[in-house]
Design a protein around this ligand. Sequence first.
Ligand code: GBH
Length: 478
Amino acid sequence: MPESLTFPPDFLWGAATSAYQIEGAVREDGRTPSIWDTFSHTPGKVAFDENGDTAVDHYHRYRDDVAMMAGLNLRAYRFSVSWSRVQPTGRGPAVQRGLDFYRRLVDELLEHGIEPALTLYHWDLPQELEDAGGWPERETAYRFAEYAALLGEALGDRVERWMTVNEPWCAAFLGYSSGVHAPGRTDPAASLRAAHHLNLAHGLATSALRGVLPARAAIALSLNSQVIRALTDDPADADAQRRVDNLANGVFHGPVLQGAYPASLFTDTAGLTDWSFVKDGDLAACHQPVEALGLNYYTPVLVSAKSSTPAGPIATNHGVSEHSPWPGADDVTFHQPPGECTEMGWAIDPSGLYDLITRYSRMRPDLQLYVTENGAAYDDKLETDGQVNDPERIAYLHGHLRAVHRAIADGADVRGYYLWSLMDNFEWAHGYSKRFGAVYVDYPTQTRTPKASALWYAERARTGELPAEPVWEGSTVR
Ligand code: GBH
């Protein structure tokens, strides 16, 4: 019989968003295009050729949005800064009007007792820096450290939770190898350079932030941290799992959390690059002390060796591209994991979140862990009575929060959870067709309506209790 569970009293109940997905106002106050503006305005890149020009107009509605968060009992809000709003060319002094927006947002959060958690980079590189070569160029990492210092100086007096790079895997491999994300390049060798420079960017930014932030500030990064499972226990499948785990995880957590790339990554990718872009001193620069690690989790990845298995149902989760986001893993087959799926076609498996947390808890027991993203897309409808009933999302959150609780009970130092996402928004290559929000957004009017899952989650945040079953009968927040 499942029983109800209680989270630690200081557990941080939060929600997350990112700049390009919610802000809109892409030409205001000096902001210049990022790679996502360019990409989304290129026909055929985003579903229905949608873009983030207006998104959910958060740039103008942030006050109401913060009040809404407070009404949902949130204790923390994770957002990202649009680099080209603050430093339009990716270089030089900050634009005050851009910084002021984030200052006002942070002050509004603090006034409502909500802790701001700031991510410096959620995929929206200033287009000028992409024109100069983007993440495959080493210079971009130096530019990022300078940008981090500008932000640290401007907001260090009021933001205590800092995150450098969100999901470097997506930025490197969806951006530069499969090309389903901006800037849409399909160059596997360049994507490996991009991965290294994102690691370097994290390390250099962390050092730069140390120089300007007060001692109480906590610095973290958010990894994709994917859970890779082998189809069978055949050694060939285990080897496929190892290869993909290197490309999904080791290529980032190696240098950043352990001070070295996994040796087998070099041999696995030898046909693409000799890794001579890793310079003396880089590994030490990447491997900076941090206080916390953010883990984002949605679904596991299931692989086998091509030689060992007949072709089965193939996962298409990364979007349609004939180019792989897994450089050097052409002999691996990606399978659809068993079980029910969300609207993204992603299999629902809370045990993956447990496995992920316990893996990193063992790797770095000294770090505080946060689930910095977890959530599900469903085909939500605004009913005529003005409500949005999303029992599937409640069940998804319930199952994954139970997994978090189990990890804590088994000794993992998980301090908080940020639901992805606070509200429906621009879902990258899927445009507005996929709704991840706890709050429903009616795009033509920009009206926000908390879904049943938001009300359910507000009750978790208020009480710290997770009931035995994922049911919700209330219709208002307490
Ligand atoms: C996050 O990316 C983003 O940070 C966020 O902006 C976005 O809105 C949200 O998720 C929802 O998409 O594809 O088979 O390898 C998550 C991207 C999704 C990439 C799960 C890895 C693993 C399964 N990740 N995916 S598979």
